[in-house]
Design a binder for this molecule. Structure first.
Ligand code: DGJ
Length: 730
């Protein structure tokens, strides 16, 4: 068992392959957090809590004159608001309409084989009865009322991952107002952590930033209704000296796709607390008597092997334990998407021209993006009218798909199910389906409004329309887009006083819709998208094995975007396409070869008019397609290494993949600057078999030489030149 419960001393020790996590029920029944870090034994680590006179900070009512006992200083497993802990808390709730105050004490616990599941929410899974995966449930109860808080822990021994979630159960006989329910809290009693997080904007997501933590509260959050382009729901606490290969760091990934909040507080004696969960800013959940509320899952990894060790664990755990799609191990179709090729300006002939060229060049799929339905000829109208525009296509969807299939290509289709244009039949018929505050004009973004999919009738309406289209034709892939932040939420059906529930109900509605889609079409390849990577989070991976990483298709800016994304998410989930130059987002010109190398970092495809390519570029497409087919297994499921950082090395960004048995490795490098009298760019391969001999371009090297001595990259011959090297074990 990965969970050790020592009843006498009140200790719960969770053990994974390389980490230990511990909590303790103290003599007052308060659940203390006593350890999270490198693997150690099940000793009682509460000896590390320093006893000192804390009279000025307050003691809980039943503690009386024990002045060293203060919840404002003690490390706690799930701190709550209103009992003398003035730091950030896990939970805040009103009982009986009073000022929020809770006092949670230990009630009971149980250990179960396997992994808990969360109804209606994505969460990591395990096989039925699988060894090495255990659930611990610790139940806390308010000292005065029958309000129970179930702390859930999923312990994955081999994967080296611990998950957390919380279920609040109301048995008080009356409604309770939940004002904040974080999914987790963790206390580190040492000083000196740094924070790594991933900020961004539309077309420039997940930019890595590392900073020292000041005293007080640092917050990384979104209140946009989506996890957002602006901050990713993934943060890392790291030691100052941690690097890619060495040192300690601890990552927290929220398995949720809506508004979130991660807060880190460094307190008066330099201790660090981190909480993560649904953003409480607009949150207020009325929990009726005998009802439960579930706070979504957080996945935690502690690594002593630098950022590489941490990322590896996240990537593998998400790949094995979170992505359910039957597509996860299959080679993903190499597709061509018509968005950047045509935008809204297409007809059957234009699409077929691209399709014929795609087939000739050996691609697998044509994806028809925005603009195929209703009157959607620009982005000001038509959303919500999911009726095929046969006038524009010149045929039915069935006929178009058949024609594409006849070329040996499969077919994918774009939807934006959560949105409505005011200029649409749907809006004219059901204006109340959209979020709008009565009497106020709504905030528009891309000239569209958000459908209130917290409502069952709205979900059913959209699903029915989507299913009609999908039933009609042989569509094997859906790109599910979502192109704006949510604002002015007001649901016409929710009673007054419950509007603080909408944003979370919206996300639950979204998950239900995706579940229905996958139940109806179990073999569908679902690609997530939100104006590019505005909803690139672990929650989405439960439904979509790949996510469009960014609307920015410039190979050079993608280096930083994909670098940041790789810290938590599997490379196979990063959807990336080759587009034309000058690039449509920033005007940069890069070699076709380099665009291919960058796009092959994940789920690979093209987004340009293939029929307009020069013969030379077409030859390059053939080479890229061949290379990807021959090597997709290493790229999709090999170990990924960030070799150089685009933030530190301004001349070259390099990365590599190594097959699980180290028999093959691929190293890619893109030169981001040029110099006269060039400097030697030496990279060290990683993850190879030291004793083995590898062949690269007809020359032999030992694994040790490549990893310790390194390898001299060729001198770049032009702006943004690149290379892709394959090392094969002899
Ligand atoms: C945003 C997506 O990220 C793009 O790829 C494209 O699908 C457009 N939306 C279509 O409106």
């Amino acid at each position: 068992m990965a969970v050790i419960y020592q009843e006498k001393s009140g200790l719960f020790t969770l053990q994974t392959k390389t980490t230990t996590y511990q909590m303790k029920v103290d003599k007052y029944g308060v659940l203390l957090h006593t350890y999270y870090g490198p693997k150690t034994d099940a000793s009682d680590y509460s000896y590390l809590i320093m006893p000192a006179d804390r009279g000025y900070s307050g003691q809980p009512g039943d503690v009386q004159d024990e002045r060293t006992y203060s919840l404002d200083f003690y490390p706690r497993e799930y701190p709550v608001y209103g009992n003398g802990d003035y730091r950030i808390v896990g939970m805040k709730a009103n009982l009986k309409g009073q000022v929020p105050a809770l006092d949670l004490r230990y009630h009971s616990s149980r250990v179960m084989k396997g992994k808990y599941r969360l109804e209606g929410l994505p969460s990591m899974f395990a096989e039925e009865g699988e060894d090495g995966v255990d659930t611990l449930e610790v139940v806390l109860k308010d000292r005065y009322e029958d309000l129970y808080v179930h702390l859930l822990y999923g312990v994955y021994e081999e994967d080296d991952v611990i998950t957390r979630a919380v279920r609040v159960e109301n048995c008080t006989g009356q409604a309770v107002e939940l004002k904040r329910v974080m999914s987790m809290s963790v206390d580190f009693t040492e000083r000196g952590f740094e924070l790594v997080h991933f900020y961004g904007k539309h077309a420039m997501e997940r930019q890595m930033e590392r900073q020292a933590l000041p005293h007080g509260i640092t917050e990384i959050s979104s209140r946009r209704g989506t996890s957002s382009h602006h901050h990713n729901p993934f943060v890392v606490l790291t030691r100052k000296d941690t690097t890619e290969d060495h040192g300690e760091c601890c990552g927290f990934a929220f398995v949720y796709s809506g508004s979130f909040k991660a807060q880190i507080e460094v307190d008066q004696i330099h201790q660090t607390r981190l909480t993560m969960g649904i953003n409480d800013e607009e949150f207020c959940w009325k929990l009726e008597d005998q009802e439960s509320f579930i706070a979504p899952e957080v996945c935690m990894v502690y690594s002593e092997e630098g950022f590489t060790g941490m990322s590896r664990r996240f990537q593998k755990a998400f790949y094995r334990r979170l992505i359910r799609s039957p597509w996860k191990d299959r080679m993903r179709p190499i597709l061509v998407n018509n968005w950047e090729a045509t935008y809204f300006d297409f007809d059957r002939e234009k699409l077929m021209k691209i399709a014929r060229q795609a087939s000739e060049l050996g691609l697998d799929m044509l994806v028809l993006d925005d603009g195929w339905f209703g009157k959607r000829n620009n982005d000001n109208c038509g959303l919500g009218d999911w009726v095929v525009n046969e006038d524009k296509l010149g045929c039915s969807m069935k006929e178009l798909v058949q024609e594409v299939n006849d070329l040996g290509l499969s077919f994918g289709l774009w939807f934006e199910p959560e949105m409505v244009s005011e200029d649409s039949d749907l809006y004219r018929e059901h204006p109340d389906f959209a979020f709008q505050i009565p009497g106020r004009s709504p905030v528009r973004s891309r000239n569209q409004l958000v459908l209130d999919i917290s409502r069952k009738d709205v979900r059913e309406y959209v699903e029915e329309r989507m299913f009609r289209v999908l039933d009609e034709a042989n569509i094997v892939y859906v790109k599910w887009d979502m192109n704006r932040s949510i604002e002015n939420v007001y649901s016409a059906l929710l009673p007054e006083g419950s509007q603080g529930e909408i944003l979370h109900r919206y996300v639950l509605g979204l998950y239900e819709m995706m579940e229905h889609l996958l139940e109806r079409y179990p073999n569908l390849l679902l690609e997530g998208c939100s104006g590019g990577g505005g909803r690139f989070d672990a929650g989405m991976l439960y439904y979509a094995p790949q996510i469009w990483c960014s609307d920015n298709t410039d190979a050079v800016e993608r280096l930083k975007i994909q670098y940041g994304t790789s810290f938590a998410y599997p490379m196979s989930s990063i959807s990336a396409h080759v587009s034309v130059c000058p690039n449509h987002q920033n005007g940069r010109v890069t070699p076709f070869k380099t665009r291919g190398i960058c796009a092959m970092q994940g789920a690979f495809g093209y987004e340009l008019d293939l029929s307009k390519l020069s013969d030379e570029d077409k030859e390059e497409v053939r080479r890229q397609v061949k290379f990807y087919r021959e090597n997709y297994q290493v790229i999709q499921s090999g170990d990924y290494y960030r070799i150089t950082s685009p933030w530190e090395n301004h001349d070259v960004t390099a990365w590599s993949y190594v097959a699980q048995d180290a028999s093959k490795a691929i190293l890619a490098a893109v030169f981001t600057d040029l110099h006269g009298n060039p400097v030697a760019e030496r990279v060290r391969w990683r993850g190879l078999d030291e004793k083995a001999v590898y062949e690269i371009d007809g020359r032999e090297y030992t694994g040790a030489a490549l990893m310790h001595g390194g390898y001299l990259l060729p001198v770049p011959q032009c702006n943004y030149d690149s290379c892709m090297l394959v090392a094969v074990r002899k």
